[in-house]
Design a protein around this ligand. Structure first.
Ligand code: CA
Length: 225
């Protein structure tokens, strides 16, 4: 999952970037409204965390402008002015969720996971297919082969890649698409590296769940699910 945080409070931005990265998200930052709106229109984010009080363009105008142009990226609005009528305005403008400052990072992470799960029709914290369970808190995967269970720790990239594939099961995902959702903007996004990580994932979960579609990409498919 790749997130965009649009927030001008530099201290908050730094802790958010560190904590969200640790929780297994690729994170891009915009510290003013114009850059944020532009990035949200041009990069395929899975979620945007949007502050309301921003230099150059207020968060509410960004949200209205995206929605009026059909940009449906899921948005969690952050604000210190946590008044009920502002929450109503935010939802009317097309926000998916709302969090008042100050907040605990655990609550933001829980809301991000819940929103991702809602959009994909799954349950947060444990993403399951017939033979795999991905534990988001521990970044581990359990493989259940009817009787024998095997548990593997995943590296950060392996975890981000497998989560994205499991949430988009059955869809053919190109290497470019995968790298856009697994790495942040600043990373050296060599889509050939995806092959390396797919191979490492297959060493842990076997060859049958991630199929190669020649010339197109990969598809996660758990036949029993
Ligand atoms: Ca602000």
């Amino acid at each position: 999952m790749r997130l965009l945080v649009i927030e001008d409070d530099q201290a908050l931005v730094e802790t958010l970037k560190a904590d969200l990265s640790k929780a297994g998200f690729a994170v891009d930052i915009a510290n003013n409204g114009l850059d944020g709106e532009y990035l949200g229109d041009n990069e395929p984010y899975d979620i945007v965390i949007l502050d309301l009080g921003l230099p150059h363009k207020p968060g509410m105008e960004i949200l209205q402008s995206w929605r009026s142009r059909g940009n449906a990226v899921p948005v969690i609005v952050l604000t210190s002015r946590d008044q009920w009528y502002e929450r109503v305005d935010g939802f009317k403008a097309g926000a998916d969720d709302y969090l008042g400052k100050p907040f605990h990072i655990e609550e933001l992470i829980a809301r991000i996971r819940a929103l991702v799960a809602r959009k994909h029709g799954t349950i947060a914290n444990f993403i399951r297919s017939a033979s795999l369970t991905l534990n988001e808190d521990e970044q581990r995967v359990t493989l259940d082969l009817g009787g024998s269970r095997r548990d593997h720790a995943l590296t950060g990239t392996e975890f981000r890649l497998l989560r994205y594939m499991m949430l988009n099961r059955g869809k053919v995902l190109s290497k470019t698409n995968l790298s856009e959702h697994v790495y942040d903007h600043a990373s050296d996004r060599d889509s050939n590296l995806i092959e390396v990580y797919i191979r490492r994932l297959r060493e842990k979960i076997g060859n049958k769940l991630i199929l190669t579609k020649r010339g197109q990409g990969y598809v996660f498919n758990d036949p029993a699910s």
